[in-house]
Design a protein around this ligand. Sequence first.
Ligand code: IMP
Length: 202
Amino acid sequence: MRRLIFATNNKHKVEEVRAALNGTVEIVTLAEAGLCGEIPETADTLQGNALQKAQWVWERTHCDCFADDTGLEVEALDGAPGVYSARYAGEHCSFDDNIDKLLGALEGENNRRADFRTVICLIEGGNTQYFEGRVDGQILTERHSNGEGFGYDPVFMPDRFAVSFAEMPLDVKNSISHRGLAVKQLAEYLSQTNGTQAASLQ
Ligand code: IMP
């Protein structure tokens, strides 16, 4: 079976990707591949970070692999926190710290438009391919949560819904989310190719 190393140890992401691929591709985590250490994420774009993470795996294994990177892009903040979403409130900050900083930055702001964007970089046979998913919505003025989700979910309400990501069942969120859409594209690509196509795409 075709095998890909996913440059993550995040269980939720791995479950989501495995579900989307429906057993057609074997997904191996960093730990399962015997890889440890901090992967650098020092690029200033989502695409750059996804590439950096996938290349880190490729250079060590020469196995087909992929990585993802996600950012929350807020219109009134000129696209911030964007590629810095994880550490918006500082290194080692919590999700709550990030949300507090975001709500503070948008205090009194009428334009609450924002999007989540995920870029996946796939390296097959040394060649790179990108897949992108995006969901538009708005930043709420306070947290709305049923305890679902993570990150900025309690303050992000996707368009056409009256609830935040943190109030939705995970399968509903995954069906419309940035990462869900990027993974769907990756899955479609993988289902249409047999693993040797990437070399001929270049
Ligand atoms: P990562 O690139 O997937 O690690 O995402 C970077 C940061 O974006 C995370 O630390 C979260 O703060 C935020 N983020 C990513 N995906 C989501 C999501 O689905 N909901 C809420 N926040 C997210």
